[in-house]
Design a protein around this ligand. Structure first.
Ligand SMILES: [Zn+2]
Length: 402
């Protein structure tokens, strides 16, 4: 590996962990049109321009927000704005018990729940605003409880209208607070750190419980990205060790696989850093960076289940198969956050069959993640068809059984 060449960085097809990182990298860069041309792929490798590293943490979180962010509570806060404005425009003339129920459910389960959540409390300090969101929510809560008193709406209609006017006005200010660019940057990402990103790695950087008070954008950049930039600037001709994943020379044994969840990974297959080092396996900062991208390469639902197709015949196939599953998941996830990754896989099989490409998913390694564990399966050509049918069948049974 030519470490001195810092005009591009290369990642080669390797085991599932590196491959998931590669898919993650391409998805993150594709997610922002400005970076579409910052990488290129050959049959077995992806090259990218290290300039993308300058603000990589923004790109990293942006990817998760854009995709998984659509179904979290944060979006549900913002999305109610139009309805509230409609109520206001109609001067609450048609406001009835049904509307009150909708308003109360939304307020209790989305707004109040979020504002009082531990993760939101940690983010509030990064939002450049004097608006005391917790106090506002508390005041709204009082008004909502009053409106919910038995027959209050019908018996005290004038008073109810007055309360509603103030309440909706306050709620719109709360939405406004959550709609600023700072809020959009921090709140959804904070949630996704604990729903998606920590399914792949944990315990270090912003997922280290000790560093939780830092700005996680800066933390990601400093922990995973800056070491890559430094590595690319340094001369490695005299380095004593080699990375046990990619073989790049390394000066110090500093970075390890330790932060990757339940690797289920056969470390014995990795090359030792030096031949008298048998058990201590270390990696270079570039591989550490690559592994931080695993959560972007997997396809998850919002219930801690994920899937990755380790189709290693080529980068194009690796990306194509996984993106098919991912786009199916993103379509289904707004209907149900529990939607099974198997179902997305099955739908992807069907799409591919329908497109007439006839490139069956055969003899490939399927990696699934469920409640903290990885499972590995080899899917032979015949079985992949059977699996498609079986998954559909199970799904249909569940649908009718519910
Ligand atoms: Zn490496």
């Amino acid at each position: 590996m030519d470490a001195a060449n810092n005009t591009t960085v290369n990642f080669r097809i390797n085991s599932w962990m590196e491959n998931a990182g590669i898919v993650g990298l391409m998805r993150i860069l594709k997610n922002d049109p400005r970076y579409l041309n910052s990488y290129s792929m050959s049959e077995s490798a992806v090259k990218f321009d290290p300039k993308v590293l300058d603000n990589f943490s923004d790109l990293y979180f942006k990817f998760f927000i854009k995709n998984y962010g659509q179904v979290i509570r944060y979006s549900k806060i913002i999305n109610e704005e139009n309805w509230l404005r409609t109520l206001e425009d109609k001067d609450f003339r048609e406001f009835d018990e049904k509307d009150l129920k909708r308003l109360t459910d939304w307020f209790d389960n989305i707004v109040k729940y979020s504002a009082n959540s531990a993760s939101y409390k940690k983010v509030i300090k990064f939002i450049n605003s004097d608006f005391d969101v917790k106090a506002e929510v508390k005041s709204c809560n009082k008004k909502i409880r009053t409106l919910n008193k038995k027959n209050f709406l019908t018996k005290n209609s004038d008073e109810a209208k007055e309360i509603l006017q103030k309440l909706i006005n306050q709620l719109l200010k709360i939405i406004e607070y959550f709609s600023t660019s700072q809020a959009k940057k921090y709140f959804p990402a904070k949630t996704l750190n604990y729903i998606i990103i920590n399914k792949a790695w944990n315990g270090v950087s912003f997922l280290n419980p000790q560093t939780k008070n830092l700005d996680f954008y800066e933390d990601y950049q400093n922990y995973f990205v800056v070491p890559v930039q430094e590595y690319l600037q340094e001369d490695h001709a005299k380095d004593k060790y080699v990375c046990s994943t990619c073989g790049r020379p390394v000066k110090k044994l500093k970075y390890s696989y330790g932060f990757i969840n339940n690797m289920g990974y056969d470390l014995n297959k990795k090359t030792s850093n030096a031949w008298n080092f048998k058990n201590d396996l270390y990696i270079c900062p570039i591989c550490q960076f690559l592994y931080s991208l695993i959560p972007a390469g997997f396809t998850y639902n919002m219930r801690g289940q994920g899937i990755f197709i380790n189709e290693n015949s080529s980068i194009r196939n690796l990306q194509g198969k996984n993106d098919l599953v991912f786009s199916n998941m993103m379509r289904k996830i707004s209907d149900s956050t529990r939607t099974s990754p198997y179902r997305a896989l099955s739908a992807a099989f069907k799409d591919e069959e329908a497109s007439g490409q006839h490139a069956p998913l055969g003899n490939i390694q399927l990696i699934t993640y469920d409640t903290d564990h990885y499972n590995f399966q080899i899917v032979p050509i015949v079985a992949s068809k059977v699996l498609t049918k079986a998954v559909e069948h199970t799904y249909n049974m569940k649908q009718t059984g519910e």
